[in-house]
Design a protein around this ligand. Structure first.
Ligand SMILES: [Zn+2]
Length: 233
């Protein structure tokens, strides 16, 4: 019995030293931002760490968003509340069952209130301010970590046509007028089919649509979010 234990220990220590050797050869991931560490400590989950097949491309970490400015100077990771994460993982699974050649592509997720303030300051007093939740009024669902801005992409990382870009300001982004838009030649049938596929998997996984933005999905209503979740400072 004793001998067996010793053998087991030897095998284990061999395995550990082999494992350490392998680990030392793997390049270290980039250092996490302070915001990412804060979100980790609060229990929010990083999409990249939960399902590496989901594409993440945060639009506010680049200047090609509707404000024309880099708003996420620090946050480079897409985080969600665990309840929303569970549904997102389900949506990716449902999509993969239907279309193994596609992936969900996340363009925005949890947004701490101090980042919301930066966004608000960028649009305050302009025609774009109606598209941004005012932090003084409690912010929006992204601030609770229960909303995602999302589209479909190929495995090579090319996003599918959806009729407009994500974050398009205008009625073409609305989901209630799509068949008319196709009839009037303002949107292709292919784009409509893509929007429908995205909505199908997201709704089946438990998300709710937002009529004015085809790319935005909420886990719960605003009232439910206020009752059940906290905004991220
Ligand atoms: Zn959104």
């Amino acid at each position: 019995m004793c001998t067996q234990t010793q053998q087991h220990q030897e095998a284990t220590s061999d395995t550990i030293s082999e494992a350490l050797e392998i680990v030392s050869q793997v390049p270290l991931p980039p250092e996490k931002s302070t915001i990412a560490k804060q979100l980790d400590s609060l229990g929010y989950l990083n999409i990249a760490e939960q399902d590496s097949t989901i594409m993440v491309s945060l639009m506010y970490a680049r200047a090609d968003n509707f404000t024309g400015k880099v708003l996420y100077t620090e946050l480079q990771e897409a985080y969600l509340h665990p309840d929303a994460m569970q549904c997102l993982l389900k949506a990716q699974k449902l999509l993969k069952e239907r279309r193994p050649d596609l992936t969900l592509a996340v363009f925005d997720a949890a947004r701490p209130m101090r980042v919301q303030q930066v966004m608000w300051n960028a649009v305050k007093g302009t025609s774009k301010q109606n598209y941004v939740s005012n932090p003084a009024h409690g912010g929006g669902m992204h601030n609770y970590g229960v909303a995602v801005d999302i589209t479909l992409a190929t495995l090579e990382g090319d996003t599918l046509p959806m009729g407009t870009k994500i974050d398009h300001l205008g009625k073409e982004a609305n989901i209630s007028n799509e068949t008319t838009m196709v009839r009037q030649g303002k949107m292709t049938q292919e784009a409509l089919d893509n929007r429908r596929l995205l909505r199908e998997v997201m709704k089946e996984a438990g998300f709710k649509t937002l009529p004015s933005e085809w790319w935005h999905f909420n886990l719960v209503s605003r009232n439910e979010a206020r009752q059940r979740y906290k905004v991220i400072d």
